[in-house]
Design a protein around this ligand. Structure first.
Ligand code: CR1
Length: 830
């Protein structure tokens, strides 16, 4: 770029005020932003003003990179990865961006010289909670890795006005509070009011003649406008900055003047409200309950806006939609954006007057689909009735895709009508429903699961028929997490130690280099450093818990942590049964020698998921009794950390000694918390499920506490007729733990409160908690023994960190680039 094009270049010196990275330039820029953007000056600035000024100072530096990256990508004509996701759980931006720009330390110094409390400024940021859990956080890790690996990419999603609810705990129960994250403004985004697309809903379709062809016109009864909000996403240690584009829903005009003039003022305003409702709130279910009309509207809304935007870019660059799939590859993050398959067909056929065959050729070569769950309740379907009423034109297209697809299946599997019924995009059995996973599969050139075991199960269960037909389309890409967020930002002490050991910070972009730690696993001096680092992190967490939650915990005890969404399949209640058993052992034998532990739980329950809410209540009730019992509370403590989110999680990973990954085998597609803990030196107690399997393979069986039945064994148990109550008859301690809950000891004598939970475990136990109880307890006993030998424990901890290279999201993204997207890096230069 010529100098005249640089922002601020007209005024010479001030050029660097928006781009320079030196301490003096940062200080000057900060003061400038405080004054000109916020109308404040140092002496009167509140912590929030300081945060905003700091954020704008960082954003200025990102914009320079962002514009240059966009130009480089455009000139390269490279293929762009479009990651379509209903959720992006980014976490706070400021620290992450300071790290990726490489100015964390110099900013800290600049802050100190200005008399600012740097930590308090970071604390000010309200995180954008635009996701529920693993799936949304994975999308955020992937954006970080895409930018770091210099891959042209755009994240597309929804700018929810309210993200995932804030969780309060009152009297032990979860209480939800709406998340007003935009209340104080969002300095990281740039509104693009001119970048807007119409999205239609309802109405009917008609055919008409056009150049001798029959075409279809959709006359909607509601048109909503999607407006773009852009957030730059910086890579680490590179000049590339990618784009996250989120859509916000608006009425095309703020008033419907027709209605207004005829006196229907209320009706006119109502249309505006109806439109804006679409991007109002994130559905708080991690495994969504199907059937909600608004959710289908959200999905179609963001899929349509995103595709219209890609078409705009393609026409701008090439003037034609031919070859669209060579310029864009669209990754569908689960089935939430699967409707994009039908929408791209509609746009190509109806709006750009293409014929079906070439349009289908482009479509099926554009999309790739990631499945994230096998849970039957999470497999999205929509009734034909609802779908047709809301999206009449899309229903016609889905029918036509299905007709042509089933013709092919019929040719391939002659006479196999049962198979045809199973594979159809329409489930005729349950009140006629559209199967979104089938639509995504039929419309994609590649389908993948998120861990080896999960990908195998996808092929052998939910998509087996499709695998029989197109085995070459099925892949595995094991999930990963970004070490920028989950080591450098969360655990700076560990980051420093790793950089010292490796000689430089190259491990941040190549985590396999941590293997060079292996020889240190037996080094006495290094053990001392390791212990100091861990103890410091545990002290920090203890301070934080005292201030935030009002509980005292002892950093010398074993920190045993389970944080994730609360769900029966994740089996937080198995963890609780272990705690109750320890409690009973200590009560029966007060001098018994047990390794002192602090149990930490955290996680949100979907607001309508009563059993999950009861599990939260149980954890808090058990905590209350144990923490107040002087006979045991020097050796057992239980803490429920409220409002588990990215920001709070960052305090936990560095401090954990033991990571609980205890889902029922076959249920957790991958898990990513398991990776975050192990990367920070926690040891895992876990089942053979999801990515646990691969973590254990990498770190070595001797450095992992495996327990539990395998998925096949559990299946066999179930097939033989699983009778959980019989297990209790033989296991005295299990019976006793359940009896203790039922007795009302944890509920102030109320015997009814936990009855649904206890009876569910005794008589149904759908996630086979009781079947694994004894194996879990035995393994926990070994954990306690291992903890008694700090040298051995540290050795295992060091080896876990050294061998986690595979679980960097950089590796996952490289896999996607090579095996699925077929894209290469395009470095941007400053
Ligand atoms: C899975 O339950 C996985 C993440 C990310 C979740 C979890 O095991 O780590 O996806 N699935 O792949 C999900 O949210 C809707 O499905």
């Amino acid at each position: 770029m010529s100098d005249m094009n640089r922002p601020g270049s007209a005024v010479g010196e001030s050029d660097h005020i928006r781009t320079g990275l030196s301490k003096e330039q940062l200080k000057q820029a900060y003061i400038d932003n405080l004054f000109y953007l916020l109308g404040r000056f140092l002496e009167v600035a509140t912590p929030h003003d300081s945060y905003m000024a700091a954020a704008y100072t960082v954003r200025d530096r990102m914009l320079d990179r962002w514009i240059k990256t966009a130009r480089t990508y455009k000139a390269s004509q490279a293929r762009t990865v479009c990651y379509l996701s209903a959720e992006f759980l980014l976490g706070p931006h400021l620290a992450k961006n300071l790290i990726n720009l490489g100015i964390m330390e110099v900013s800290r110094e600049a802050g100190a010289e200005l008399g600012l409390d740097f930590e308090a400024i970071l604390e000010q940021e309200e995180e954008p909670g635009l996701g529920n859990g693993g799936l949304g956080r994975l999308a955020a890790c992937y954006l970080d890795s895409l930018a770091t690996l210099q891959i042209p990419a755009i994240g597309y999603g929804i700018r929810y006005e309210f993200g995932i609810f804030d969780q309060l705990i009152e009297d032990g129960w979860q209480v939800e509070k709406s998340d007003v994250w935009l209340r104080d403004g969002n300095p990281w985004e740039l509104p693009r009011p001119k970048l807007r697309f119409p999205v239609r809903f309802g109405g009917h379709t008609e055919t008409f003649q056009d150049d001798g062809r029959v075409r279809v016109r959709w006359i909607p009864d509601l048109v909503v406008e999607g407006r773009a909000y852009d957030t730059p996403i910086l890579g680490y240690g590179v000049s590339n900055a990618n784009l996250l584009r989120l859509w916000s829903a608006h009425a095309p005009e703020s008033f419907d003047f027709q209605a207004f003039n005829t006196g229907d003022y209320y009706g006119a305003v109502h249309a505006k409200v109806e439109a804006e409702t679409i991007s109002k709130v994130l559905y708080p279910n991690d495994e969504p309950q199907a059937g909600k009309e608004l959710r289908l509207k959200q999905q179609y809304f963001f899929a349509s806006c995103s595709l219209q935007d890609m078409i705009r870019l393609q026409l701008g660059a090439a003037g034609t939609l031919e070859g669209f799939h060579e310029k864009f590859v669209v990754q569908l993050n689960d089935t939430h954006p699967a409707i994009a398959v039908a929408e791209l067909m509609r746009l190509l056929i109806d709006e750009h007057r293409m014929d079906w065959e070439p349009a289908w050729e482009i479509t099926r070569r554009t999309f790739a689909f990631t499945n994230h769950t096998l849970l039957p309740e999470a497999l999205e379907t929509w009734t034909v009735a609802l779908f047709g009423r809301l999206l009449p034109r899309l229903l016609e297209i889905v029918y036509e895709i299905n007709r042509r697809f089933l013709d092919k299946v019929r040719m391939h599997f002659l006479g196999d009508e049962a198979r045809i019924a199973r594979m159809s995009l329409i489930d005729e059995g349950h009140g006629r429903r559209i199967r979104m996973a089938h639509l995504a599969t039929v419309g994609s050139f590649a389908i993948n699961g998120v861990a080896e075991m999960h990908s195998e199960l996808v092929k052998s269960t939910i998509l087996k028929d499709f695998h029989d037909l197109w085995p070459e389309r099925f892949h595995n890409v094991t999930n990963g997490v970004t070490p920028r967020r989950f080591i450098i930002v969360s655990n700076p002490r560990l980051a420093r130690l790793l950089t010292e050991c490796c000689g430089d910070d190259g491990w941040v972009r190549d985590m396999d280099r941590l293997r060079s730690l292996e020889p240190l696993a037996d080094d006495v001096g290094f053990h001392e450093d390791w212990r100091r680092m861990k103890t410091a992190a545990k002290r920090d967490l203890a301070d934080w818990l005292r201030r935030r939650v009002g509980v005292n915990v002892d950093p010398e005890t074993l920190f045993d942590v389970q944080v994730k969404r609360i769900h029966e399949y994740k089996r937080q209640h198995l963890n609780v049964l272990h705690i109750i058993t320890l409690y009973e052992r200590l009560k029966a034998e007060p001098n018994r020698d047990v390794a002192p532990r602090t149990f930490v739980f955290g996680g949100k329950a979907a607001p309508g998921y009563l059993m999950a809410k009861l599990i939260i209540k149980l954890i808090n009730s058990v905590a209350e009794v144990i923490n107040q019992d002087p006979q045991v509370n020097d050796r057992l403590r239980v803490v429920f950390m409220p409002d588990f989110n990215v920001k709070n999680a960052q305090h936990l990973y560095p401090a954990a000694d033991l990571s609980e990954q205890i889902s029922m085998a076959g249920k957790e597609a991958s898990g990513t918390g398991n990776m975050k803990f192990a990367m920070n030196g926690a040891l895992t107690i876990g089942t053979l499920d999801g990515a646990n399997v691969e973590i254990r393979e990498e770190v070595g069986d001797e450095n992992f506490f495996l327990f539990g039945h395998t998925a096949e064994q559990l299946q066999r148990l179930q097939a033989e007729g699983y009778r959980p109550w019989e297990i209790c008859n033989d296991r005295f301690e299990l019976r006793s733990a359940l009896d203790l809950i039922a007795s009302g000891l944890f509920s102030h004598g109320d015997k009814e409160l936990f009855r649904p939970l206890v009876e569910n475990l005794l008589y149904q136990d759908p996630f086979m908690v009781l079947a694994d109880y004894e194996l879990y307890l035995d393994r926990q006993t070994e954990v306690s023994h291992a903890w008694r030998d700090p040298k051995h424990w540290n050795r295992m901890s060091i080896l876990n960190v050294a061998r986690m290279g595979k679980f960097s999201s950089d590796r996952s993204i490289r896999d996607y680039c090579e095996r699925i997207w077929r894209v290469r890096p395009v470095p941007a230069e400053l």
